[in-house]
Structures are given as structure tokens and as C-alpha cells.
Design a binder for this molecule. Structure first.
Ligand code: PLP
Length: 358
């Protein structure tokens, strides 16, 4: 295989080489059964073992308590934006949302279709460059929704708010990246394509008693209770995506699990932030204490130089470094699977650029 590029894409994103090798083997022939993983029934014993292993490994990695269900659904994080209020927010009820970026805002818009939304906190006033520290929660609110990592703006909740109402979290871009207490949440959801596998499967971790509190009739495919009772096999699930997630969980366990990946993630992010802070030509966009360990965003003091930095990155085989089209500038996504070697290549480019332009 020719050299792999240094992949800083925000999603779909880099996967461990070990996972790609195993996944490609599984596509040719799964486990010596004479069939590909993508040509067997989702009700077969062989696929049953794959989805069970995926759940088992995820439970072990995240210490998921027994009173939580683990689901592998479709429709992406975007469908969860609608499915959560559809199930749990009555027409005249209020849910509290934190407005911390583009994805949070889209979750808010979907919730408004089903009930009342109270914006408990917002960082819109400063272009989503920070995480609000106070959340206003009115009496009787159904749940609080947060986006633990703001993929586009490069901010992250470093401490999870302690609240007395059910907490719902979009963890699409930082699931499995750091130690977290699952029991603080009623629902955790994440599209897999950033840190947990490939596009096509959405991970949902939901407290079983919360899943029972459905406020209106909902279609079967959008009913958490049905997915729980059918163990994510209500219809044909995305078998390949679940398989790749299972392999990604296996890889994560093999390197030492969440404590080890968190250590690596801190080390990788701090190498990049250090060089960004060192040279004035770089203007990191997120407030220091709220900086994301997963998506590192910055602009250049002189935007005329953007082409020059992009060219240097390209020459160093770095891809996916351009900021989201909504915000411009640059973004380095440094998910779990991004090797330290790629970080070092980027840091070298930034150092050379900084030395040249100050
Ligand atoms: C990427 C992303 C989404 C959208 O995920 P889809 O699976 O494409 O629907 C939602 N929320 C966050 C925080 C994301 O990073």
C-alpha cells in the first residue's frame, strides 16, 4: 500500500490502520465461514456475535451501567436531534438546550417541532468561541441537551454540568475520547464516523427507565422502546458499519482503553496548541479553558497567508485541515485514531510557518 496521508478530516475521519486491515479481510471472508461479513443475514449466528461483541466491548470501554441500553441505529446524529424530542418532549412541555454551535443550533430547531425550547445558555454572542458556565433551568423542564464537543467551533465541555433533570448529550465528535461517568446522562448519542467507526451507524446509550417515558405515538422505527426490545434488529441494521465499530472498540481496548486514549489525546492536542500559542501569526479561535481536544481551530492574523499554509500542508501530505465553510480558517481534527506521527508532521509545518511569518 502506498503511504497513508496525514488525515485531519472532521468526519468521516481517520480510522486505525489495524481496523482497516481487519475490516477489509472481513469483507472478503468473515471468520473463515466462506462468506463476507456483508453477505450474511443480520439474523445469522455470525452477525449476532458481531453485534453482541460490539455492545459488550462498548459497555466495557465506557463502564456503561446495566440499567442502560446500547443501541446501534441509523439516520445519524441528525435523526437523534428529532427522535429525542419526538419521544420525550410533549407539545406543551419545555426542554432546555445549550446553544454552543452549529450542531447544537440544529438540534434546537428540530426540538421546536415537538415542544417548547428554552435556551438555557448560549455562546452565540462571541461566535461560539466558549462554553457557557451557567445554565438557566426553569422548573418542570423535561431534559437538558448539551453538545459535549463543538466540532465546527473547536470548543468542548471539560466538565459535565451537574443538573437535577435528565441530561441528554450529543457526543458525536468526542465519544470514547475521555473518561466520563455515563450514569450522569439519560441519553448519549453519537454518529460513529468521527471517533467510533464509519458512517452509517449511530450509537445511542439510553437509560432504560427514561426510554419508557414516551409522550406521544411514534412510528416504530423512531421508538427507542422497540429498538431496545429487538436489540437493534428491528429492521436490517447497517451490518458493515456495526462491524467496523466493533473493530474500532477492539482496537481501543487493545491499546489500553479510554484512560490511555485520553492521555494520548491530551498529548496530541497540547503539541498543536503549543505551537499555535507560540507564534503570533496564529490566532486560535476558542477560549483557552474551553478548547477542544478533538477539533483544534485557528485563523491566521493575515488571512492572505492562508493559501501559503494550505500549500505547505499539502506538500507534507496533510489533508482535511481547512476550517468548516461556515467559519473559515483552519481546523485540525485529532480524533482517537490520528497517529502521533501525523501530529508531529503538522507541528513541524506550523513551526516552519511560524518562524517565517512570526
Ligand atoms: C458530525 C456531527 C453531527 C452530525 O452527524 P450525522 O451523523 O452526520 O447526522 C452532529 N453533531 C455533532 C456534534 C457532530 O460533530
Amino acid at each position: 500500500m502506498s503511504m497513508r496521508k496525514h488525515n485531519f478530516y472532521a468526519g468521516p475521519a481517520v480510522l486505525p490502520l489495524e481496523v482497516l486491515v481487519e475490516a477489509s479481510r472481513g469483507v472478503l471472508q468473515h471468520d473463515n465461514i466462506g462468506l463476507s461479513i456483508i453477505e450474511i443475514s443480520h439474523r445469522s449466528k455470525d452477525f449476532g456475535e458481531v453485534i453482541e461483541e460490539a455492545e459488550h466491548r462498548l459497555r466495557r470501554l465506557m463502564n456503561i451501567p446495566d440499567d442502560y441500553a446500547v443501541l446501534f441505529l441509523q439516520g445519524g446524529a441528525r435523526l437523534q436531534f428529532a427522535m429525542i424530542p419526538m419521544n420525550f418532549l410533549g407539545d406543551s412541555e419545555t426542554a432546555v438546550y445549550t446553544d454552543t454551535g452549529e450542531w447544537a443550533r440544529q438540534a434546537i430547531e428540530e426540538a421546536k417541532l415537538f415542544g417548547k425550547v428554552h435556551i438555557g445558555a448560549s455562546s452565540r454572542d462571541e461566535n461560539y468561541s466558549y462554553i457557557p458556565k451557567e445554565i438557566d433551568i426553569p422548573d418542570g423542564a423535561k431534559y437538558l441537551h448539551i453538545t459535549t464537543n463543538n466540532t465546527i467551533y473547536g470548543t468542548q465541555w471539560h466538565s459535565i454540568p451537574d443538573v437535577s433533570i435528565p441530561l441528554v448529550a450529543d457526543m458525536s465528535s468526542d465519544i470514547l475520547s475521555r473518561q466520563l461517568d455515563v450514569s450522569k446522562f439519560a441519553i448519549i448519542y453519537a454518529g460513529a464516523q468521527k471517533n467510533a467507526g464509519t458512517a452509517g451507524v449511530t450509537i445511542v446509550i439510553i437509560r432504560k427507565d427514561f426510554a419508557e417515558q414516551v409522550v406521544r405515538p411514534v412510528p416504530s422505527m423512531l421508538d427507542y422502546r422497540k429498538h431496545i426490545s429487538k436489540k437493534s434488529l428491528l429492521n436490517t441494521p447497517p451490518v458493515f458499519a456495526i462491524y467496523v465499530s466493533m473493530l474500532t472498540f477492539k482496537w481501543l481496548e487493545s491499546i489500553g482503553g479510554i484512560p490511555e486514549i485520553e492521555r494520548r489525546n491530551r498529548e496530541k492536542a497540547s503539541l498543536i496548541y503549543d505551537v499555535l500559542d507560540k507564534w503570533e501569526v496564529f490566532v486560535p479561535t476558542a477560549r483557552k479553558e474551553d478548547r477542544s481536544l478533538m477539533n483544534i481551530t485557528w485563523r491566521l492574523k493575515d488571512s492572505q497567508l492562508e493559501g501559503e499554509l494550505l500549500k505547505m500542508c499539502e506538500e507534507a501530505n496533510i489533508v482535511g485541515i481547512k476550517g468548516h465553510r461556515k467559519v473559515g480558517g483552519f481546523r485540525a481534527s485529532v480524533y482517537n485514531a490520528l497517529p502521533m506521527e501525523s501530529v508531529k508532521v503538522l507541528v513541524d509545518v506550523l513551526e516552519t510557518f511560524g518562524r517565517k511569518y512570526g
